[in-house]
Structure formats: C-alpha cells, structure tokens
Design a protein around this ligand. Structure first.
Ligand code: ARG
Length: 299
C-alpha cells in the first residue's frame, strides 16, 4: 500500500494517478446554517473591511439556495445545528476531515484550527461524526495545525490526497494522514496570503482536470500539479479573487455549484463536461468562503 507523502517531482518515480485504487464519491453532504454567522476579527485578506457588514437574512437565503442545489442533484443533505458565539461554524469544511480506509471503514480526523475562536467549533463536529458511526482520530502531535477539507482534498474517484500547507496547516501532518487513510499524499505549498486555504486556489474537477490559481503555489507544487493532472485550467485573477472561483463545490465530477458571475472559469468547467449551477454566495465571500467551504461531503 502506497502511503508516501510527495513534495517534489523527483520523488514521483513510478507514481501515477491511474494506478491509485478507486475511491467512491461521498454520498451525503453536511451543512451548518448561518444562524450566528458574522465577520468579526480579520483572519484572512478577504475579511478586511467587512467586519460587521454581514447581512444575515441575505446569508441565510444564499445558504438555502446552495443547500437546494445539492439536494436537486440527489445528495442526502444533513445539517449540524449552529452554535451561538461560533460565527465561522457555517464554514463546515474545516473542522474535520472524513474518508474511508481501504477496508471502507469511515474515519474522521479532527482538525486543530489555527485561530482559537475556531477551535471551539471542532468538538461539535466530533460528536456529530461519532454519532454517525465514524472512528474519531486526533492528530498525535498537539503542536501541529490542520484545517481539514480547507487544505486537504480527495482526488476525484481515487485513493489519493492533495495536501495544502503554509498558512493554516503544517506540512508535518501529512505523513500521519497518509497512514491513517492508507493513501499517498501530494503536498502543495501555498505562498500567497490571499489564498490561505488550498480550496481557494485548487479545485479538482474530474479525475483528469483541475482548476487552479497558479500564483498561489510555489514552483515545486506547480510542477507536481502539471505533472500529475493531464488537464490544468487556470483561473484568472479577477475571478479567483473577487468571485472565489476555485471554491466551487464540485459534485461527483458532474455538477459545479459556483459563485454567480464567473465567465472564463465557467467556460473551462463546461469544456471538461461539468454542468455549472450559479448561486450567489457573496455574503460568505466577505469571510473568504464560497459554496465549497460551506458544505462538507461525507461518506
Ligand atoms: N473566515 C473563515 C476563516 O478564515 C473562512 C473559512 C472559509 N473556509 C475555507 N475552507 N476556505 O477561517
């Protein structure tokens, strides 16, 4: 079983995505309603200037549209109750990382969030996934941070992980994650502060195609992406920054739920066979998130 963490194309000798075993797509999606959602302190550059500007009524209407889009493509949609005082809990891709082992056991690795205000969200997700029958695991080194699906992404349909690091997640977590999920990990270094999570600049569309914002990565990481994905599509700056183009929620490599207004990116997505569903997530973009990070696909 290959559980190597790759950081450089010279390490890839003999490795190909084709040879990675298959992995089912998640059957269900978890979301957390924005009942207490707010922008308080600035945790990423998107949030600058937005403190106190969230329109919660509008946020709820936008959140419901994203929820309905998941339901209309046939996903089981569950919600975790929002908790007063946890203003970022709506971004439910960050508190726990879920996957299946090679024996199809459901495993949930709990995050260690960088910001203390967000650490308080994690126990609620731990209880939720425990009740769902997941085996709960903590990262063994308590000095390391990890922000789950914000930085770590399954390759579509394959037992392979892409692991971002640099701002919210420490690279030293990835060997342990490779062991837990019995899968190789390709590590990607983020170097541009605005693209603080991997899900702001890297969006696998199909098993062959990925959408990226190239200036977010160091050169070794770009080489890894170009070497492993046959099709690499680039988001342009305006769409990546203003519309968080790479934070699209891609379902089963068939449908992409995206922020309304994408031009070039939407054409790229259609060109590789995706149906594009436009929604407005502008209230969440104020905090640095869009459709992907207000949803957590699970197995
Ligand atoms: N304000 C939140 C933070 O900075 C937004 C998180 C968005 N999530 C994401 N996966 N990009 O932590």
């Amino acid at each position: 079983m290959n559980t190597q963490a790759y950081a450089h194309i010279n390490d890839l000798k003999g490795f190909s995505i084709k040879n990675c075993p298959p992995m089912p797509f998640p059957s269900s999606v978890l979301m957390c309603p924005p009942d207490y959602y707010d922008v308080l302190q600035v945790q990423n550059p998107f949030m600058a200037g937005h403190a106190g500007s969230v329109d919660r009524t509008k946020a709820l209407a936008q959140w419901e549209k994203v929820r309905d889009a998941f339901v209309s493509v046939g996903k089981t949609l569950r919600t975790i109750p929002a908790v007063q005082g946890l203003e970022d809990m709506v971004f439910c891709s960050n508190q726990a990382f879920v996957g299946l082992t090679s024996r199809m056991e459901k495993v949930c690795l709990m995050s260690r969030m960088r910001y203390p205000s967000r650490r308080r969200e994690v126990p609620h997700f731990e209880s939720w996934f425990r009740a769902e029958g997941y085996r709960i695991i903590q990262i063994s080194d308590s000095n390391l941070n990890f922000e789950a699906h914000g930085d770590c992404r399954w390759h579509p349909g394959k037992r392979l992980l892409w692991g971002g690091y640099g701002f919210r997640t420490d690279p030293e977590v990835y060997p342990e994650i490779a062991d837990i999920f019995e899968t190789p990990v390709v590590k990607l270094k983020l170097v541009n502060e605005r693209f603080y999570h991997l899900d702001t600049c890297f969006c696998p569309l199909t098993h062959e195609a990925v959408l990226i914002y190239p200036p977010a990565f160091d050169s070794h990481s770009l080489e890894l992406i170009l070497k492993l994905f046959p099709i690499v599509l680039a988001a342009e700056e305006d769409e990546a920054v203003r519309l968080l183009a790479c934070n699209a929620a891609v379902i089963d490599s068939k449908v992409a739920i995206v922020q309304r207004g994408l031009g070039v990116t939407a054409r790229h997505m259609r060109a590789v066979g995706l149906e594009v569903v436009e929604t407005d997530t502008s209230e969440f973009v104020k905090s640095g998130g869009s459709a992907y990070c207000i949803s957590m696909p699970y197995f």
